[in-house]
Design a protein around this ligand. Structure first.
Ligand code: EPU
Length: 421
């Protein structure tokens, strides 16, 4: 299994290009199930999760053509051989559940292995199922699979008790061709939800309100839908990870294609910590300075501070000049990186949903184990400023969501390499 080796202490300087957003591509791939015709998605990053979704779509019966270096993905869902997402795929990628809505909408039946808990929390899909039931579907759970059936979904008024990104996306996908109007209340506001709604509208759907907490979907007939040609939005979390890397290494990095507007919560915190963040014509320039001022952070649904940046900001606060309280409100178990950061000399105590981080003067390189995608990124950031060599193993987590991060960091001056174990 591959490992990443980092020799810390290099300042990051230069320019880096942000790739397309993983969490925007996956729902667009699911949207291709709604039509018979070639959907074209561009700016698609080279990531393991996207490969897994391709396997899933092929398993369902879709044809796929990909020009991977060019970032172009074409999907055609003329027929479905088997409307089921098997355990082997769902267990490696929970976003597989996104096929539920479009499959039941177009093919009247869908079976998806129920995702269990994962490294960051229990992550149930009860709200996805609640919405489908409200739209008239029958839902049965047997042998670890959920089966959803409906001759024709009906528009409904759906209220989410908890803000859910893929839940909002799944029900939006389901409602596109439903009979009548569906409203999603307390819907997720994430840019990836907006990207999906805009794509669906390009395909002929009638969706308004995406990006607010009330989304209205007026059902259209299947005949009104056509495939679309779409460009995926840039990955705000990848961009944010590079912003933190530049800040921590006292670097000076121009982040190109940076979705600055969707990174306000992070920008505010970086500036409070003493980092300079400036929008330029072709990107966002981040200039780090020491000492890093310790700041408190609380994760929240968008536009709050993203949970997907919590581990990275914690790595930064680990070398801050004081005390930082980092509170995770989105997932109940997203502190797996703490133990690894402590092995590098970080001073962190977990108290319920908060981590109290006392900044230390320096971290020291150590052999580490990545536990989930964003935890992996935080260990790499910590390795960039640690004294000596950091060795991060289990980096298959990293490959799920960061396109060639080691190449991008190396181009900025980091001493980093991938080695075959
Ligand atoms: N929740 C429920 N019931 C549901 C659905 C969600 O209780 O039916 C709870 C979850 O357990 C969690 C909270 O609601 O406590 C928010 O979960 P959400 O459904 O929003 O998460 P998700 O849709 O499964 C997406 C991203 C995650 C990101 C979260 C939060 C995708 C494919 N995944 O997950 O991305 O952390 O939203 O922003 O869009 C990542 O990229 O590393 C990643 C984990």
């Amino acid at each position: 299994m591959d490992k990443i080796l980092i020799e810390g202490g290099r300042r990051l300087v230069g320019e880096v290009q942000v790739s397309g957003a993983k969490n925007a591509v996956l729902p667009l791939m699911a949207a291709s199930l709604l039509v018979d015709g070639w959907m074209t998605i561009t700016n698609v990053p080279q990531l393991k999760d996207i490969d897994t979704f391709k396997i899933l779509l092929r398993h369902l019966g879709c044809e796929i053509e990909a020009d991977i270096p060019a970032g172009i993905l074409k999907i055609r869902a003329s027929e479905v051989k088997d409307a089921a997402a098997p355990y082997e795929l769902v267990k490696t990628m929970r976003a597989s559940v996104l096929v539920l809505g479009p499959l039941v909408a177009r093919f009247k039946k869908a079976r998806v292995s129920l995702p269990g808990g994962c490294a960051i929390g229990a992550r149930p899909i009860n709200l996805h199922l609640m919405g489908l039931k409200k739209m008239g579907a029958s839902v049965t759970i047997e042998h670890g699979y959920v089966t959803v059936e409906a001759k024709k979904l009906k528009g409904a008024k759906i209220y989410f008790d908890t803000n859910t990104v893929t839940g909002t996306e799944n029900l939006m996908l389901a409602a596109v061709c439903a009979d009548g109007v569906t409203t999603l209340e307390n819907a997720a506001l994430e840019p990836e939800v907006v990207c999906l709604a805009e794509t669906l509208n390009k395909m002929g759907a009638r969706i308004t309100g995406a990006g607010t907490d009330t989304i209205t979907i007026e059902g259209v007939s299947e005949a009104e839908l056509k495939p679309a040609f779409v460009r995926v939005i840039p990955d705000r979390i990848e961009a944010g990870t590079f912003m933190a890397a530049a800040a921590m290494t006292k670097g000076n990095v121009l982040i190109k294609d940076c979705p600055f507007r969707s990174l306000e919560a992070l920008t505010v915190k970086l500036r409070e910590a003493g980092t300079e963040v400036a929008e330029e014509e072709d990107g966002v320039r981040v200039t780090g300075d020491y000492p890093i001022r310790s700041v408190d952070v609380k994760t929240l649904p968008y536009p709050g501070f993203p949970t997907d940046m919590q581990a990275q900001i914690m790595a930064m606060m680990a070398v801050g000049n004081g005390l930082s309280v980092i509170t995770e409100t989105v997932f109940e178990n997203r502190f797996m990186h703490v133990g690894e950061l402590k092995r590098m000399g970080a001073d962190i105590t977990i108290d319920g949903r908060s981590a109290v981080v006392r900044g230390v003067r320096g971290l020291s390189g150590a052999p580490l184990m990545a536990t989930d995608l964003r935890a992996s990124a935080s260990l790499i950031l910590a390795g960039l400023v640690a004294q000596g060599v950091t060795e991060v193993s289990r980096i298959y987590h990293l490959d799920r969501g960061y396109q060639k991060i080691e190449d991008k960091l190396k181009a900025l001056g980091a001493e980093i390499q991938r080695v075959k174990a």
